[in-house]
Design a protein around this ligand. Structure first.
Ligand code: SF4
Ligand code: SF4
Length: 139
C-alpha cells in the first residue's frame, strides 16, 4: 500500500485561471486532504495559493498533472531563499509581492521588515523585486 505524505505546495495561477474550482477536484477526484493556508492575488492580478496536500505520492503527482493542464505552475517548496538582513534597507517593496507572508512587517512602529524562512514557498519574486540584493536563491 502506498505511503501517505504531506507536501507543501505553491500554485501560481495566471490571471485568467483564478476562478477554476481546482481545490474541489483535488479533494473529490484525487482523494487529497487539502489545507489552504494562504491565498493571494498580486497587484498584477495573478493568483497564488499556498497549501498542504496529504495523500499518496501517486495521487499527488496525478493531481498536479491535472492542475498543470490549467496552465498553473506548481512549485514544490521547502528550502526557502536566503535573506541577508545586513543588506535590507526595510524599504518594504517586497511586501506586496511575497505571496506567503515570509517577508512581513515585523514591527509596524519602526517599519522593520522580517523574514520567516519556514513560510517561504520559493516563488523567487523577492529576488526579482528587491533593489538591494537582499534575497538570493538558496540553491
Ligand atoms: S525589498 Fe529588499 S531591501 Fe526592501 S524590505 Fe524587501 S528585502 Fe528589504
Ligand atoms: S521567495 Fe521571497 S517572495 Fe517568494 S515566498 Fe519566499 S520570501 Fe516571499
Amino acid at each position: 500500500m502506498s505511503q501517505t505524505i504531506t507536501q507543501k505546495l505553491m500554485l501560481f495561477f495566471p490571471k485568467c485561471e483564478c476562478e477554476k474550482p481546482i481545490i474541489y477536484h483535488l479533494v473529490k477526484d484525487y482523494d487529497l486532504i487539502v489545507n489552504v493556508y494562504r491565498a493571494k492575488v498580486t497587484p498584477e492580478e495573478e493568483g497564488y495559493l499556498v497549501l498542504d496536500v496529504t495523500g499518496t505520492e501517486e495521487d499527488i503527482e496525478r493531481a498536479m498533472d491535472f492542475v498543470r493542464t490549467f496552465n498553473v505552475t506548481v512549485n514544490y517548496t521547502g528550502k526557502g531563499v536566503t535573506w541577508d538582513e545586513r543588506r535590507c534597507t526595510h524599504c518594504g517593496q517586497c511586501l506586496a509581492h511575497c505571496p506567503s507572508g515570509a517577508l512581513h512587517l515585523a514591527d509596524p512602529a519602526t517599519r522593520q521588515v522580517g523574514y520567516d524562512e519556514s513560510e517561504c514557498i520559493e516563488c523567487l519574486a523577492c529576488i526579482r523585486i528587491c533593489p538591494f540584493g537582499t534575497c538570493a536563491s538558496a540553491f
